[in-house]
Design a protein around this ligand. Structure first.
Ligand code: GLU
Length: 297
C-alpha cells in the first residue's frame, strides 16, 4: 500500500506517529490487511473510468487520516483504517483492485473538491457531506451514511452547552472547508469560530482549554470522545443532516452509477454492516444503523 501525505497533522488520542514525516508528497510503502474479497476477471466497457482503473490495477483514494472510526492512520501499518477506508476498499475490490494496490492520499476537508477536480485522486471517501454547492464542481455516489452536526465539550460540560445557541460568546473550533464551520458562520455568528485544517487540532485546543467546544459531525466527535473519555464529552443533540457521499469527477455518470451499485449490494449482503461493526461500531459500541437509500440523481 502506498500512502501520499500532502498535509500531515496528527495529535492526541493516544496515537503515536513515530517515523511519519510531515513533508508534502511523502510516500510510504506498506502491506495492507485484506478485508474484502477482490473480484477476478472483471469486465468493463472500454473507455470507462472502471475499465481504466481495472486495467491499471491501482486506484488513488482520498480519505481522512486523523478521524478515529472513519479514517485514521495506523502508525504500525502506516495505512489508514476506519469505515470510510473499508467502504473505499469495497469499491476497489469490485474493480479487481486489492487493498495493497490502493494509493491513499490524505484529503483534509478543504482540499477534497480541488483534489477531485485536479485529478489528484480517483475518488474521495472522507466523511464528505453531499450538498448542492459541492455538486456544482464534483459528483457524489451514495449516500452510504447519514451523520449530523453535533458539539463536543470538556468532560462535565462546564459551560452547560446543550446546542448551537449556547455557543454565543464561546470559542468553538471546527475545520476550514467543512459544512459545520460554514453553518456556524451563517447561522450562529455570535459564536467565536476558530478553524484549523483538521479536527485533531480542534481536539488539542479543547483539551488545552483554548476553546470551549468543537463542532462537526456526531460520528467524528464520537470517535474523538472514545479516544479521550476522561477529557471530552459529546453534547449528543445533532442539529443538521450530513449525508456522506463518495466524491468523484463531475459528469462521470458511469463511475457514479457503478459505485452506487456496489454500495447497494453491500447494504443488502451485509458487508456494509460488517464494515461498520469492525470500525466505527467497534469504537463506539453502536450497532450498525439502517443503511440509507442511494440517490440516483
Ligand atoms: N461532513 C462534513 C463535511 O463534509 C464535516 C466533516 C468533514 O469536515 O469531513 O464538511
Amino acid at each position: 500500500m502506498r500512502i501520499t501525505r500532502y498535509a500531515a497533522t496528527f495529535a492526541a488520542f493516544g496515537v503515536v506517529l513515530a517515523g511519519c514525516s510531515s513533508e508534502a508528497g511523502n510516500e510510504v510503502e506498506d502491506a495492507a490487511q485484506e478485508t474484502q474479497d477482490v473480484a477476478e476477471d472483471v469486465q468493463f466497457d472500454e473507455g470507462t473510468t472502471m475499465a481504466e482503473l481495472a486495467e491499471s490495477g491501482e486506484i488513488t483514494i482520498g480519505t481522512k487520516f486523523d478521524q478515529p472510526g472513519f479514517g485514521l492512520l495506523n502508525p504500525n501499518t502506516e495505512a489508514p483504517e476506519g469505515f470510510d477506508v473499508e467502504i473505499a476498499e469495497l469499491i476497489a475490490a469490485e474493480l479487481g483492485i486489492a487493498p495493497e494496490s490502493i494509493n491513499w492520499v490524505e484529503t483534509v476537508s478543504a482540499n477534497r473538491e480541488p483534489f477531485i477536480q485536479n485529478g489528484q485522486v480517483d475518488m474521495v471517501v472522507a466523511t464528505y457531506t453531499i450538498n448542492d454547492k459541492r455538486k456544482e464542481v464534483v459528483d457524489f455516489a451514495g449516500p452510504y451514511y447519514e451523520a449530523g452536526q453535533d458539539i463536543m465539550v470538556a468532560a462535565g460540560n462546564p459551560e452547560g452547552i446543550e446546542g448551537p445557541e449556547d455557543l454565543a460568546g464561546q470559542k468553538v473550533c471546527s475545520v476550514e472547508g467543512s459544512t459545520p464551520a460554514q453553518n456556524i458562520r451563517d447561522n450562529f455568528p455570535e459564536a467565536e469560530l476558530i478553524t484549523y485544517d483538521v479536527y485533531s487540532k480542534c481536539a488539542d485546543d479543547l483539551a488545552n482549554g483554548n476553546v470551549q467546544a468543537v463542532t462537526t459531525d456526531n460520528v467524528i466527535l464520537t470517535g474523538l470522545v472514545a479516544g479521550s473519555p476522561d477529557e471530552f464529552e459529546l453534547v449528543g443533540n445533532p442539529f443538521t443532516e450530513e449525508p456522506y457521499g463518495i466524491g468523484l469527477e463531475k459528469g462521470d455518470e458511469e463511475f457514479r452509477s457503478f459505485i452506487n451499485d456496489v454500495l447497494e449490494e453491500s447494504f443488502e449482503n451485509g458487508e456494509w454492516a460488517a464494515a461498520w461493526d469492525r470500525t466505527a461500531g467497534a469504537i463506539t459500541g453502536e450497532e450498525a444503523p439502517e443503511p440509507p437509500s442511494v440517490d440516483r440523481y
